[in-house]
Design a protein around this ligand. Structure first.
Ligand code: CIR
Length: 262
């Protein structure tokens, strides 16, 4: 989640696994990943979270879980409740049990069950509307379960078709209140009512993922033309370099679970 007031926000992160080079890959060719460099970049990302008022709670490294730095995929944390996911990649399912105790301190926990699959990276909350990417990772059974679990809290959950990207939030994120940054090649912007759409710059296909913390957007330094577009639109940016984790198909939202502490 994003957009909370400064001072009341927790960001759960996890140290980069020494096994990160064995990560799942769907759309990228495997490249060497420098673990030391990935850790330094991840620390700078945590520093940015702290600078924007988050209390960063870093979970210990999981040496055998290659993708475990991408904590976003393990849970959906709302003000009222948290839902533990069942990630679409079987290699990632053990990550959920590893995050659950940290979340249990803050929220009642609900769970997605087989045959449902759901990755947190596919879940975009816009007010009381929750859009879930029907991606290679999240299926219709996962969306139906999430809808049933969250209906009592007043959330409307709908599936959204994606194509060509890993997760829905590779294709769209909310970058300021009521403003969504979108790659229209990967998701139909018409699926999102009530938000203004800002398209990424051409040639920067991974540029739609930004992490909103209060009134600032944590944003990769890899997309200068889209960054310029955001700045012109009045969005305040805090740029970070996550180039090593980008080789693992990670982006800025993936590396934290951000929520109001109370
Ligand atoms: C994976 O394929 O699951 C990881 N290598 C990347 C996950 C990135 N997570 C995210 O976008 N929420």
């Amino acid at each position: 989640m994003s957009g909370f007031g400064v001072g009341a926000t927790v960001a759960i992160t996890r140290a980069v696994s020494r096994a990160v080079a064995q990560c799942e890959l769907t759309h990228l060719e495997r490249q060497a990943i420098d673990v030391g460099r990935a850790r330094a970049q991840h620390e700078a990302y945590e520093k940015a979270l702290r600078a924007l008022g988050c209390r960063v709670q870093q979970l210990p490294e999981e040496p055998d879980l290659a993708d475990s730095v991408f904590v976003e995929d393990t849970a959906i944390v709302l003000d009222e409740v948290a839902v533990l996911t069942r990630p679409g990649a079987p290699s990632r399912r053990p990550e959920v049990d590893s995050v659950a105790p940290a979340l249990a301190i803050y929220r009642e926990l609900l769970t997605i069950q087989a045959p449902g699959t759901l990755d947190g990276g596919d879940v975009l909350r816009l007010g009381r509307h929750i859009h879930v990417g029907l991606s290679g990772r999240s299926n219709a059974a996962g969306v139906e379960q999430l809808a049933r679990l969250l209906a009592p809290f007043g959330y409307a959950v709908v599936g959204v078709a994606t194509s060509g990207c890993l997760h829905l939030k590779s294709a769209i994120t909310e970058v300021a209140p009521g403003l969504a940054l979108v790659n229209p090649a990967w998701v139909d912007p018409g699926a999102f009512r009530g938000v203004e759409i800002l398209e990424i710059a051409s040639g920067e296909e991974f540029a739609a993922n930004g992490l909103r913390i209060a009134d600032t957007l944590i944003y990769p330094d890899a997309f200068p033309r889209t960054a310029e577009r955001l700045a012109q639109r009045g969005v305040t940016l805090r740029l970070v370099d996550l180039s090593e984790l980008a080789k693992a198909e990670g982006a800025v939202t993936c590396c934290s679970l951000v929520f109001a502490a109370a």
